[in-house]
Design a protein around this ligand. Structure first.
Ligand code: BG6
Length: 459
């Protein structure tokens, strides 16, 4: 692999507040929807998670040793504004975390909302209630005022498209398509509103969305399958990015929404806000591509990456060319290059990868080691394809794989681990929560130290 990575490339790693922090009711934090949702049987809740709230100092030292140039994390809305009023202890926690990151020359990359709506807002109707747009704006204003001077890269909402299309899987919504797309519209307006606030406040830095983007392959070369792929991509990907970048809905996506009676009510004022709050760059999470055919009526397993079908438009299908992770997600590094190009050729603004990684049931040996060669292979192949995309001409700011440290999966507990650092606990037992460096930790450390040239340069 030739080294295509710019000098200041942000080699990073990611987490999210509710999946890593724990301390769910400490430090003045209020409950979020994640604290009260029904937890799938056999998996842990999010009350302790990886105990990062109490161990963030130890964790940042490990991130420094790993060589991270950036740490992408989310701020817990219900820690900062548990009941609509600022909680000084919540602000103090993130101040300390950000200060420590900066002292260790790790750039903080902050997502303001990652699946954990405060419970009191949810009880008032959540995103279905237009007032949530104002609540979100007030919350973001507080964050910008306290932290913008030290945070150069902001993301508004993590995986809004997954919340809209697979909310029942990750426990954020159980509603009908009509209700979900009205909620989704309010989120889009809220995103535009805070983007506008950020720009008008002349804060330093950049702000953008953070959807989960998966390029969509047609299952065959039949024209009907091409159209199905176009439709799914419009609904799953471009709806969210067109609004964020162009300030308007994608025409194909809008047509699908109208056809299934899920088009939201959009006011003139909404249209204005959407057009005024467009983003500076695109952050996105990539786990795999999707493959679709034209619609046929068949029971489909629903997962946030395995997809679904819309009558008359598309149906997710298995792609026999792609191996699967042990949790059934396709592995498609070349699809990563494809997706990077797909996004960049449409929007021509810088991209930041905020998640990519493999969930696996890692084993800690008696010697305190974790031999996660599968994770090294996965990341190496994706990084090689990212290098090719950069060679293709795609502007990539950085790469923050999921996850910096083990954390609780959205719906599959502790048994599905992603981190470079092992956290000693299981779904049933908190054990001692000690941290252990996995083999992938040393591998990523070396890769970062060579600015991505990694071991392939020596081969
Ligand atoms: C993304 C989310 O969907 O993928 C993360 O932003 C999540 O919160 C990650 O953990 C992996 O998904 P899962 O379901 O395996 O935890």
């Amino acid at each position: 692999m030739t080294n295509k990575f710019p000098k200041n490339f942000l080699w990073g790693a990611s987490t999210s507040a509710y999946q890593v922090e724990g301390a769910w009711n400490e430090g003045g934090k209020g409950p979020s929807v994640q604290d009260v949702k029904e937890i799938p049987q056999g998996t842990t809740d999010f009350k302790v998670a990886s105990d990062h709230f109490h161990r963030f100092e130890e964790d940042v030292i490990l991130f420094k040793e790993l060589g991270l140039k950036a740490y992408r994390f989310s701020i817990s809305w219900s820690r900062v504004m548990p009941d609509g009023v600022v909680n000084p202890e919540g602000i103090a926690f993130y101040k300390k975390l950000i200060k420590l990151l900066c002292e260790n020359e790790i750039q903080p990359v902050v997502t303001v909302f990652h699946f954990d709506l405060p419970l009191y807002i949810s009880e008032k109707g959540g995103w279905e209630n237009r007032e949530t747009i104002q609540e979100f704006s007030r919350y973001c204003q507080v964050l910008f005022d306290h932290f913008a001077q030290d945070v150069p890269l902001w993301q508004t909402i993590n995986e809004q498209n997954v919340m809209a299309l697979a909310g029942s899987v990750i426990g954020t919504s159980q509603k009908s398509m009509k209700e979900k797309f009205q909620e989704n519209h309010h989120m889009l307006v809220a995103q535009a509103m805070v983007t506008k606030i950020f720009h008008e406040g002349n804060y330093q830095g950049k702000i953008g969305p953070a959807p989960n983007i998966a390029s969509v392959y047609p299952a065959s070369n039949s024209p009907a399958d091409q159209m199905a792929a176009l439709n799914m991509s419009a609904l799953r990907n471009w709806l969210f990015l067109d609004v964020a970048v162009f300030g308007k809905y994608n025409h194909n996506a809008w047509h699908i929404l109208e056809s299934i009676d899920a088009a939201p009510e959009v006011t003139r004022e909404d249209e204005e806000i959407l057009s005024q709050g467009t983003c500076d760059y695109i952050a996105f999470n990539y786990y795999n591509t999707m493959t679709v055919g034209s619609y046929f009526d068949k029971e489909n397993k629903l997962d946030q990456q395995s997809g679904f079908g819309i009558p008359g438009f598309f149906q997710t299908m298995e792609n026999k060319n792609l191996p699967l992770t042990e949790f059934g997600w396709p592995i498609d590094p070349e699809g990563f290059r494809f997706t990077l190009n797909d996004i960049y050729s449409r929007y021509r603004i810088p991209l930041l990868i905020t998640e990519n990684g493999i969930g696996a049931n890692d084993t800690l040996t008696e010697e305190g080691l974790v031999h996660d060669q599968y994770r090294i292979d996965y990341l190496k192949e994706h990084i090689e394809q990212m290098a090719l995309a950069i060679e293709d001409g795609v502007e990539v700011l950085g790469y923050c794989p999921w996850s910096a440290i083990d954390l609780v999966s959205t719906h599959e507990g502790m048994v599905k681990r992603y981190g470079f650092i092992y956290v000693n606990r299981t779904d049933e037992d908190l054990l001692n929560l000690a941290r252990y460096k996995k083999d992938s930790f040393y591998w990523y450390q070396e890769l970062i130290s060579k600015n991505g040239a990694g071991e392939s340069d020596e081969n």
